[in-house]
Design a protein around this ligand. Structure first.
Ligand code: ATP
Ligand code: DGY
Length: 523
């Protein structure tokens, strides 16, 4: 409702015939209702993957409080538990772990994003905060998700704790997305700045998280199994909240407790692919050449238990349940959306069109070419287990409102110096795609949001759009193409209707990639 009040003055300024004006107001009201529901579903998705409940599902004490149970394994407790953690969600995980372990937890160190503790305090999220006399030391760093001196200090404190452990000890490692930037310990002579520059260049050229983290592992003391090695001979249990498609433990936060299987050749292929071979600093070449002749090979991780405790599959399942409760036919398209943001936007735009024609019997069906193009786009994106047929059949069967849900992350190739994030850029691109098709008698709304509550280096989590986006932008003199050319989606959405299309949640304290929601509602 608040958003509707923000938008009405903008509509009032548009020079329209009275009938068209009322039509627009009616469409606006239904967009606003859809936007409220989209927000509700997004919140329910995030609520399902909050760190505390997930940790409690994975860890428990036996009735006598002498054994810690992790899935089907048990570990002796005798005031011998240590804890380290790094990532956007580990403060809530650490708080839950400390509450469960009580006096058995001897000491802990966690590395979390700058500002997250204050944000949780302001939001009154007590369950995400450590108690005043906690045994866990907190380091805050990695502003804007880039490794910095504070994160380096945290990484060194974590290494020191791990190296001091004995065979009687148990190390709990709490891992979540954002962990790579929060655990930087470059192998000398590589400096923090050199590592930072290389990762930034790779990310800006569209390197995937798998590629980025392959390089990070090769240059790090703690990633790629290094932390597990430092903790040996202690037993190590890693509890991992996944923010990577398919939940690969060796990729999430660069797998500090998983032996790395990548070779120097793999690293060189990656830097070549992005044209960065010539830009490699001498120190990086030195470390890579040493790794090639390392007689010890990869770290051994036989003393480690790695457990995925949560991922976006859970988040999507909860949002699907909520959508059904609201009367939608809800289909989860995939929890593994990936690929270039432009192709993904084309896919969602065309999907909305094809879906719309199936939902409206009076409308001419999508042409054979459009149908084929949709399948081609899906094939190009290489999304495992995409439930496209199921979604299309659902629409052909029923005539009610439909909600398609998906999770994952597109890749953005940065060309401009604008402000934005994956979600806002995807939403803006989908908005641009939607104008290519006739509106028909179906309301459409697309929302994309990062479950961590922070989309790129902006304070928004994402944005939502409808097919009216192009005309709304034009009415305010905003040229979508120019904003897209500069990766300036955040500025665009801040200016459009006073920011009414932005999704603001604040930092959520969790992180399981992005959520995409596509609503189609017959009028
Ligand atoms: N101006 C921009 N427009 C679009 N995308 C951007 C822009 N600036 C950064 N990005 C994208 O935002 C991403 C970084 O955002 P963020 O810090 O939220 O990372 P993340 O991948 O969510 O974090 P993590 O991997 O740690 O979970 C990168 O993928 C980058 O390409
Ligand atoms: O920290 C990282 O490496 C990314 O968030 C993927 O887990």
């Amino acid at each position: 409702m608040a958003a509707a009040l923000q938008v009405l003055p903008h509509l009032a300024r548009a020079p329209l015939h009275p009938l068209l004006w009322w039509g627009s107001v009616a469409r606006l009201a239904s967009s606003m209702a859809l936007a409220e529901q989209a927000r509700q579903l997004f919140d329910s998705a995030v609520g399902a993957v909050l760190p505390g409940p997930m940790l409690h599902r994975a860890l428990s004490l036996d009735p006598g409080g002498r054994q810690l149970k992790v899935r089907d394994r048990s570990f002796q407790l005798r005031q011998n538990v240590y804890l380290v953690g790094f990532g956007k969600a580990v403060m809530g995980m650490a708080a839950a772990a400390e509450e469960l372990l009580g006096q058995h937890l001897v000491q802990g160190v966690i590395s979390i994003p700058k500002g997250i503790r204050a944000a949780m305090e302001r939001a009154g999220k007590q369950e995400m905060l450590l108690k005043p006399h906690s045994h866990v030391q907190v380091f805050e760093g990695a502003e804007d998700n880039l490794p910095d001196r504070d994160a380096l200090r945290a990484a060194l404190a974590i290494r020191q704790l791990a190296e001091g452990l004995t065979a009687d000890d148990l190390l709990l490692v709490l891992i979540s997305g954002g962990g790579s930037a929060l655990l930087p310990a470059p192998i000398p002579p590589v400096t923090l700045e050199e590592k930072q520059t290389l990762t930034r260049l790779l990310a800006a050229r569209g390197a995937t998280i798998q590629e980025l983290n392959t390089i990070r592992k090769a240059l790090s003391q703690l990633k790629g199994g290094g932390l597990a090695q430092a903790a040996y001979p202690a037993q190590v249990v890693s509890l991992i909240l996944s923010d990577v498609v398919g939940d690969p433990v060796e990729v999430i936060a660069s797998g500090p407790t998983v032996a790395s299987s990548h070779s120097v050749q793999d690293c060189l292929h990656i830097v070549n692919r992005y044209g960065l071979r010539a830009a490699l600093p001498r120190s990086v070449k030195t470390v890579l050449s040493r790794a090639d002749s390392d007689p010890h090979g990869p770290h051994s991780c036989g003393h480690v238990l790695n457990v995925i405790i949560g991922s976006n599959v859970l988040a999507l399942a909860e949002a699907q349940r909520q959508a059904e409760a609201l009367g939608y036919q809800a289909v989860v398209l995939s929890a593994a959306m990936q690929g270039d943001v432009k192709s993904m936007a084309q896919f969602y735009g065309l999907l909305a069109h094809v879906a719309r024609t199936r939902l409206t019997p009076s409308m001419a069906g999508a042409s054979v070419e459009e149908d084929a193009q949709l399948h081609e786009l899906a094939a190009d994106l290489q999304i495992p287990d995409l439930q496209l047929e199921e979604a299309l059949e659902t629409m052909a069967r029923g005539r009610g409102p439909v909600c398609l849900l998906a999770g994952g992350e597109p890749t953005v190739q940065l060309q401009g110096s604008g402000r934005g994030g994956r979600n806002q850029e995807l939403a803006l691109r989908v908005g641009a795609e939607l104008r290519r098709w006739p509106l028909g008698q179906i309301d459409v709304l697309f929302l994309s949001g990062g479950t961590d509550g922070q989309d790129g280096p902006t304070e928004a989590a994402g944005a939502w759009v409808t097919p009216e986006l192009a005309s709304q932008a034009a009415a305010e003199g905003l040229d979508m193409a120019t904003f897209l050319a500069h990766n300036d989606s955040h500025t665009f959405f801040c200016r459009l209707q006073g920011g009414a299309h932005l999704l603001h949640t604040g930092m959520t304290g969790t992180n399981v990639m992005d959520t995409h929601l596509l609503f189609l509602q017959p009028r």
